[in-house]
Design a binder for this molecule. Structure first.
Ligand SMILES: *[C@@H]1O[C@H](CO)[C@@H](O)[C@H](O)[C@H]1NC(C)=O
Ligand SMILES: *[C@@H]1O[C@H](CO)[C@@H](O)[C@H](O)[C@H]1NC(C)=O
Ligand SMILES: *[C@@H]1O[C@H](CO)[C@@H](O)[C@H](O)[C@H]1NC(C)=O
Ligand SMILES: *[C@@H]1O[C@H](CO)[C@@H](O)[C@H](O)[C@H]1NC(C)=O
Length: 437
């Protein structure tokens, strides 16, 4: 009986070994392991058929046409429990062509050896026509160098493309990226990419997330991006973009998060932004806008955070901001705003962070004791010499004097100036840091 069982087991193992994996695919898998993995035991522990006893990070699935044949569908390197990468890992270029059933490939924290850079490279486009790759994630690889290969455009099954936090990855985004019609998420943040944002990204109609932040993209924001009606998150912050925000952005009807901080953008925001019913975050600090704050912004019904600091805005804070009932954070510091603080702001029940410091606001602060207590240290009105409060008790925390000269010297604005002056060196140092970054 035991002998029969052993024989049966052997037979079934042999049968699996004979039929379970395509030999060429198995060979390709072992070459990928050789190039990337630091695990010395994979070859012995996986035996003749890795798909029969897959290690963490390896996933196989039966072939669609021939259920007895196992195909490599997912490879995940770098983050435990997946295989760690070798000290001198090479980019597994052939995985893209020799594992044609691969659906997901992750290379995270993989290329880290400063003494040996690995080159990001893909096989010729013709070898990629059979690719079924849906998800490609190349992230946090400080020693991965090169440009985004134009052959990326041949990975027609891609839905999620992440090439992020690889500081040596440079150059322009291939225009062919517009051919990846199935893309749902495109994240190219924190690389060293340059040149224009390809307008053809606006043709990726299924796109829900687009993150190009922390690169050196320059030129205008393509107006074609406004066609992305499924887009929920758009982050173009910390680049070198110029021109104005395209009017077509009123077409981004699914948008919840828009970040454009730290660029060279200027001019008026499109009035149509007020029609973006789902927009919750508008983060647009450090741009030389140089225009009055527009009343239309008060029409973005679900806005929770509005950050427009350091952007050369002039004029008064629009009364319409008092309608932003979901607002939790309003940052308008370091602009050229003048006039009174609208009383409507004091009725915003969810507000917990309000920074209006370093502007030219004046008059009596419209906030009552309850509002002042609720915001506490998260309220900053300093550096507005013309502002004052009626409530003497509040003066310390918010950095403004008492209206009508409470100490008998009529010097409340003077006190505010003094406080603003004291704040100035540290705040300007901070601003310099931001600009340098
Ligand atoms: C590309 O395909 C050709 C022809 O099938 C083959 O000879 C070559 O090795 C392939 N190159 C890569 C990198 O897969
Ligand atoms: C930004 O663009 C300006 C003008 O085109 C250029 O002089 C500057 O070097 C760019 N800065 C970066 C960080 O790319
Ligand atoms: C405010 O306006 C003055 C003059 O109009 C200008 O010199 C200054 O740079 C502006 N400040 C900011 C922060 O934009
Ligand atoms: C308000 O902004 C100034 C200038 O950026 C900063 O120094 C200060 O810490 C901020 N205050 C609060 C309460 O966020």
């Amino acid at each position: 009986m035991p002998a029969t069982a052993v024989a049966l087991l052997l037979c079934s193992l042999l049968a699996v070994a004979g039929a379970a994996m395509d030999p060429a695919e198995r060979e390709a898998l072992l070459r990928v392991m050789e190039a990337v993995s630091s695990d010395r035991d994979w070859r012995s522990s996986s035996g003749t058929d890795p798909c029969a006893a897959p290690w963490p990070g390896l996933e196989c699935k039966p072939d669609a046409a021939d259920k007895r044949l196992m195909r490599v569908t997912r490879l995940d390197f770098g983050v435990p429990p997946n295989p760690a990468c070798r000290e001198a890992a090479a980019f597994p270029t052939h995985a893209f062509s020799a594992l044609p059933h691969l659906q997901s490939l992750f290379l995270v924290d993989c290329f880290k050896n400063p003494a040996k850079t690995a080159a990001l490279a893909l096989p010729p486009a013709a070898n990629l026509s059979a690719s079924r790759l849906q998800q490609l994630s190349i992230r946090s690889n400080p020693s991965l160098s090169g440009t985004l290969p134009p052959q990326l455009a041949s990975l027609r099954s891609l839905q999620v493309l992440t090439v992020s936090q690889n500081p040596l990855v440079r150059g322009e985004v291939p225009r062919g990226i517009g051919e990846l019609a199935g893309l749902v998420h495109l994240d190219l943040s924190y690389n060293s990419l340059t040149g224009p944002i390809p307008a053809r990204i606006g043709e990726l109609r299924s796109l829900q997330g687009l993150d190009l932040s922390y690169n050196s993209f320059s030129g205008p924001i393509p107006s074609k991006l406004g066609r992305l009606a499924q887009l929920q998150k758009l982050d173009l912050s910390s680049n070198n973009l110029t021109g104005s925000v395209p009017a077509t952005f009123s077409g981004l009807s699914s948008l919840t998060f828009l970040a454009l901080s730290n660029n060279g953008l200027s001019g008026r925001l499109p009035a149509g932004l007020a029609g973006l019913r789902d927009l919750q975050y508008l983060i647009m600090e450090n741009n030389p806008m140089g225009v009055p704050l527009q009343p239309e912004l008060g029409g973005i019904a679900r806005l929770q955070e509005l950050r427009l600091a350091n952007s050369g805005y002039s004029g008064s804070i629009p009364e319409t901001f008092g309608r932003l009932t979901s607002l939790t954070t309003l940052s308008l510091q370091n602009n050229n705003l003048t006039g009174r603080i609208p009383a409507g702001l004091s009725r915003l029940k969810r507000m917990y962070h309000l920074n209006l410091s370093k502007n030219g606001l004046d008059g009596a602060v419209p906030f009552d004791g309850a509002f002042l207590r609720r915001l506490g240290r998260n309220l900053d009105l300093s550096g507005n010499p013309g502002l004052c409060v009626d409530d003497r008790a509040a003066t310390k925390e918010i950095g403004v004097g008492v209206c009508g000269g409470g100490d008998g010297s009529g010097a409340s604005p003077g006190r505010a100036i003094a406080r603003g002056g004291a704040l100035w060196p540290s705040a300007s140092a901070l601003l310099c840091c931001c600009l340098l970054l």
